[in-house]
Design a protein around this ligand. Structure first.
Ligand SMILES: [Zn+2]
Length: 330
């Protein structure tokens, strides 16, 4: 029995590693998304910045306790055919009529779940319930960010079908964690989305378009490496696992160019857009009222400093990235 539970824990640990932007990426995305919000929203979200950043990873953590959680983070769209990313009905009812809901659940539902969470956040704004607003904004942001990762749109999600296993965490965790300091992440002001369903499907299509390059660059990078230099082997709990080496990750990142940074910036932009759109559709409630008045002076000043730092692309240099501060402390 004990052995079994260990295996279960190990399995969950693996799956937690294989989905999401990586905790670091999700946290950065939510911090940046707050900077893109209009003034009427920014004070409230900034006041709750720590919550928004820390809870950006809650849907990944929930996977351990909720069996329904996993498919909400991805869509293996190529299972439905080569052109399915363009032909899949965007509407859930229509897609379920074509493929059955069970089949869709099996291969991932991220775009449909984003639409569902969009409705819930809009409703939370309508109800003017601050706890619900924060809860759904954090969850919604997570799923939107996941949809920006190319490997979240394919059945070959870890490179496991092309002998490139481990590619998932290399692309979305190791590379950004190594390189984010040098990224230029400058999402613009949030814009209203007329059609949120179309917006999230466009994200999925853009991610899927990048997928072949994600595989190809791994092959290209491999040319300069031997199996000994390409991988490191780690032994944990009596099991050996193979990971890509730091040197290989550096070479791979170099070949990918700005792709990872661009997807991270696009994630922040889209999260901001969705939060803003939900607020507008929710009747633009006065968020200052929900936090007992305006942001205190000291916090206003701190926000100003952060925004300045953000615009100059100096967030990392000036140690204002919350996810990076936590990493340093650990
Ligand atoms: Zn996720």
């Amino acid at each position: 029995m004990k052995k079994l539970s260990l295996v279960v824990v190990a399995l969950f640990a693996c799956s937690a590693l294989s989905y999401g932007w990586g905790f670091f990426g999700h946290k950065v995305v939510h911090q940046l998304a707050i900077y893109g919000l209009p003034k009427q929203m920014q004070g409230f979200f900034y006041k709750n910045q720590d919550y928004m950043v820390q809870k950006s990873v809650r849907p990944d953590e929930r996977r351990n306790s909720d069996p329904k959680e996993a498919p909400r983070h991805f869509i293996d769209i190529d299972v439905f055919g080569e052109d399915a990313v363009h032909t899949m009905p965007q509407d859930w009812e229509a897609a379920a009529a074509k493929y059955t809901a069970d089949t869709l659940e099996k291969y991932g539902i991220v775009p449909w779940h984003v639409v569902k969470m969009k409705a819930r956040l809009t409703n939370a704004f309508k109800q003017q319930n601050p706890d619900s607003i924060l809860f759904y904004a954090a969850d919604l942001g997570h799923y939107i960010a996941d949809a920006h990762v190319p490997l979240h749109t394919t059945v070959n999600y870890d490179g496991q079908l092309t002998n490139q296993k481990g590619l998932h965490s290399l692309w979305e965790s190791k590379v950004p964690e190594m390189q984010a300091q040098g990224y230029k992440l400058q999402n613009k002001k949030a814009v209203y989305l007329i059609d949120t369903e179309l917006a999230i499907w466009d994200v999925v299509r853009a991610s899927h378009k990048l997928f072949p390059g994600v595989l190809a660059m791994e092959l290209e990078a491999s040319k300069g490496f031997t199996p000994e230099t390409k991988f490191v082997t780690v032994e944990r709990n009596g099991r050996t696992r193979q990971y890509y080496s730091d040197d290989f990750a550096k070479k791979y990142a170099e070949l990918l160019g700005p792709t990872v940074a661009q997807r991270m910036e696009a994630s922040a932009q889209m999260v901001s857009n969705f939060w803003f759109t939900c607020w507008v559709d929710g009747g633009k409630p006065d968020l200052n009222k929900l936090m007992d008045g305006k942001l205190p002076k000291a916090e206003k000043k701190a926000l100003k400093r952060e925004l300045k730092s953000f615009r100059k692309n100096k967030l990392f240099e000036e140690k204002r990235v919350i996810a990076a501060q936590k990493q340093e402390k650990e």
